[in-house]
Design a protein around this ligand. Structure first.
Ligand SMILES: NC(=O)c1ccc[n+]([C@@H]2O[C@H](COP(=O)([O-])OP(=O)(O)OC[C@H]3O[C@@H](n4cnc5c(N)ncnc54)[C@H](OP(=O)(O)O)[C@@H]3O)[C@@H](O)[C@H]2O)c1
Length: 317
């Protein structure tokens, strides 16, 4: 099957490159399935964008903040003739731009649309009545998009935290200092997936959803658990092994107290990391069952999922 896809945006010069990893998967790992991969970026001349072009990407200038931009026209040109639209725009994207993307997808011939999710399954409640505004917004956009794109395949891929965001001081895991703080039990399992594996999963879901013989296997909302499944204690042990230091004590805090702090602080005052600590501590993001790992990567034969140890070794290299 010959597939044409557009990734918005697919290039990214910073250290937070969800779209870049997705582009890479389409252009490199699943290249034979995609004859056209169109990548939208604010700067086609950047080194990252040029590296993607060298891999075969068609680059399209797209900067929603550019003065005088004809948003609808620019998006229509970008999505012209594509089968799949992958939305990897930042969460802070304005409502106007978010809606314009969906409208352009509706005008296009795209049959598959990947929502700008890739994070927590926001059907999970962290602090009922006091959820993070970003997650409420994703839920609203998801409903509106499905309504507007009725009859097409609209997929939400939920991954909880990227591995690269899970093993960070913000999550109470400081690999360099060998210090750990968690909420709830340190042996509570939680799922996480590396960005490169998210990219591959998005490409595979696109391929499966477009093929009539496999399309029914792809549900509208799917969970992934690439690095299935770790715990604070395991990460501490991995760091100890890799660094050759003793396993550090893990400071254990009370999830209930953190929830109370979130309730008291008001909407959006606490970073999304704090909400993630709650859902991890309460065991709500163990996706080791009911995920699409096997669907996208049967028997791990298409690629090897990145492990916690590989990531930790990379951090310490
Ligand atoms: N699960 C997790 O742990 C996790 C973590 C972070 C993000 N996410 C999700 O991943 C998705 C992408 O987020 P992200 O953090 O990668 O986004 P981001 O870093 O904030 O931005 C992604 C890219 O969007 C492009 N962009 C920014 N402003 C733009 C504008 N005005 N017009 C056009 N393009 C613009 C830029 O690409 P160019 O420089 O190429 O133009 C930018 O590098 C979101 O759905 C987010 O919620 C998940």
């Amino acid at each position: 099957m010959i597939i044409s896809t557009a990734i918005l945006p697919g290039s990214h010069p910073s250290n937070n490159p969800a779209g870049n990893h997705i582009s890479h998967a389409f252009l490199v790992h699943f290249k034979p399935s995609f004859h056209t991969v169109r990548v939208l970026t604010r700067d086609p001349s950047s080194a990252v964008a040029q590296a993607l072009a060298a891999q075969g990407a068609q680059l399209r200038l797209f900067d929603s903040a550019r003065e005088g931009l004809d948003l609808a026209r620019s998006l229509d040109e970008a999505l012209d003739g594509v089968d799949v639209v992958v939305n990897a725009l930042p969460g802070k994207t304005s409502d106007q731009v978010k809606r314009a993307v969906v409208e352009a997808a509706a005008r296009s011939r795209a049959r598959v649309y990947i929502l700008d999710e890739y994070g927590l399954d926001h059907r999970i409640a962290a602090v009922p009545g006091h959820e993070h505004p970003g997650w409420l917004e994703k839920g609203r956009v998801s409903i509106e998009t499905r309504e507007r794109l009725k009859g097409r395949k609209v997929i939400a891929l939920y991954a909880t935290l990227f591995l690269e965001f899970a093993i960070t001081p913000q999550m109470g895991i400081d690999v360099a200092k060998n210090t750990y703080t968690c909420y709830g039990s340190p042996t509570q399992p939680f799922s996480t997936t590396a960005m490169e594996d998210i990219g591959r999963a998005v490409a595979r879901l696109s391929i499966l959803a477009l093929d009539p013989s496999t399309a029914p296997t792809v549900l509208d909302e799917v969970r992934i658990a690439g690095t299935t499944t770790t715990t604070y204690a395991e990460i501490r042990d991995v760091v100890a092994r890799v660094r050759g230091v003793p396993g550090a004590e893990i400071e254990v805090r009370d999830v209930g107290e953190l929830k109370e702090e979130i309730r008291e602080s008001g909407p959006g005052e606490k970073a999304f990391y704090e909400y993630m600590k709650v859902v991890i501590g309460e065991g709500k993001v163990d996706f080791s069952a009911g995920n699409v790992n096997e669907l996208v990567n049967p028997g791990g034969k298409l690629w090897k999922w990145k492990t916690v140890e590989e990531h930790v070794r990379g951090l310490l290299a």
